[in-house]
Design a protein around this ligand. Structure first.
Ligand code: ADP
Ligand code: MG
Length: 341
């Protein structure tokens, strides 16, 4: 075999935001937007910096380094995952490359090993802290399912998730706002959470009880911790609501998650808030920011026959507030990374 091609999906986190590094729960889906990578044994050895301007090649080099590949490879990438929109184009890239390289070189690695390599590529090679949710979604997602990840137990469970079967649409709204302050804000939130956990004598903040919040000495730490504790509870309630096909409760929990991220965790921005308020005003069941926040995308749950009205309202409100037009598309829970040829 001289070449191998694999594709990997982007992801939307349905609920459980900023919980991965707090030892909590999150519930992403793999989406029907994918990155495809073809790797070939290269005739000549070239440095990637000779091939392309720096930036994206770091993710590829990071995967090759983590998989201890030392032979020269050509890598070609194409993608329908929007880049930098909070839908994890970076994990779609690393996971597609990892699966293709594993196939081409016959490494025989399991998915846990591939996930670890992709996490290391981002953490160590690119220098982006990533908690592991994105890579898990890309490597373990499934059609018609959400993936419940427990970062304390290290477990994962597929949960049936089929809004279309209930006459509903899941929409992604890309605000087009670059993740302003995303890296500094992310580090600040992590530091707050670590401090709150230390004060409470816990390894992970998600293990705190609501009663323990009163023991935190500062108002800001109490609010950060309140998001983590209540979000953890909301993920459990969300899974229970899915099992009962209680979509109205699912929507309410999404919106409650957004308000907690806006007011207590303070990672929203005016454009994300505008998506949520206009979607709800147009009759959506629920809406929330998805991903780290500070920009990027929101996710909206609405009746399929209300989709045009909800989309139109969001676009009109962005125009009225003199914001650049957002990009909207419907997504479905899709399949994990796989070799294509
Ligand atoms: P997100 O993962 O939310 O899309 P990140 O900032 O984590 O945002 O990752 C975006 C980066 O990943 C891009 O700046 C680029 O370096 C790289 N990347 C992702 N997908 C591609 C692609 N299809 N082609 C080239 N680079 C890509
Ligand atoms: Mg990313």
């Amino acid at each position: 075999m001289n070449s191998a091609t694999a594709s990997a999906p982007g992801r939307v986190n349905l609920i459980g935001e900023h919980l991965d590094y707090n030892g909590g729960l999150c519930l992403p889906i793999a989406i029907d937007r994918r990155t495809s990578a073809t790797v070939r044994r290269a005739a000549v050895s070239r440095r990637s910096s000779d091939v392309e301007p720096a930036g994206w090649t770091g993710y590829v080099e990071g995967v090759l380094a983590a998989l201890a590949v030392d032979e020269p490879l050509d890598v070609a990438v194409s993608s329908t995952v929007p880049v930098g929109a909070g839908l994890s184009s970076s994990a779609a890239l690393t996971c597609s490359v990892a699966v293709a390289v594993d196939a081409l070189l016959g490494l025989g690695l399991d998915r846990d090993a591939l996930a670890a390599a992709c996490i290391r590529a981002e953490n160590e090679h690119v220098g982006v802290p990533t908690g592991g949710m994105d890579q898990a979604a890309a490597l373990y997602g499934a059609v018609g399912h959400a993936l419940l990840l427990d970062f304390s137990a290290g477990s994962r469970t597929l949960v049936p998730f089929d809004p279309a079967g209930a006459g509903l649409d899941l929409l992604v709204v890309d605000t087009g706002v670059a993740h302003r302050l995303a890296s500094s804000g992310y580090s600040d939130r992590r530091a707050d959470c670590e401090r709150a956990a230390a004060v409470l004598g816990l390894e992970h903040l998600a293990a705190a009880t609501y009663e323990q919040l009163a023991d935190l000495p500062e108002e800001r730490l109490r609010r950060r911790a309140r998001h983590v504790v209540t979000e953890q509870y909301r993920v459990r309630s969300f899974v229970a609501a899915l099992q009962q096909s209680d979509w109205s409760e699912v929507g309410d929990l999404m919106t409650a998650s957004h308000l907690s991220l806006r007011d207590d965790f303070e990672v929203s921005c005016p454009e994300l808030d505008l998506v949520v308020t206009s979607a709800l005003a147009a009759g959506a069941l629920g809406a929330r920011l998805t991903g780290g926040g500070f920009g990027g995308s929101a996710v909206v749950l609405c009746h399929a026959d209300q989709r045009a009205g909800v989309s139109g309202r969001i676009i009109a409100e962005f125009a009225r507030h003199a914001r650049n037009a957002p990009t909207l598309y419907r997504v479905e829970a899709s399949s994990a990374a796989a070799q294509v040829s």
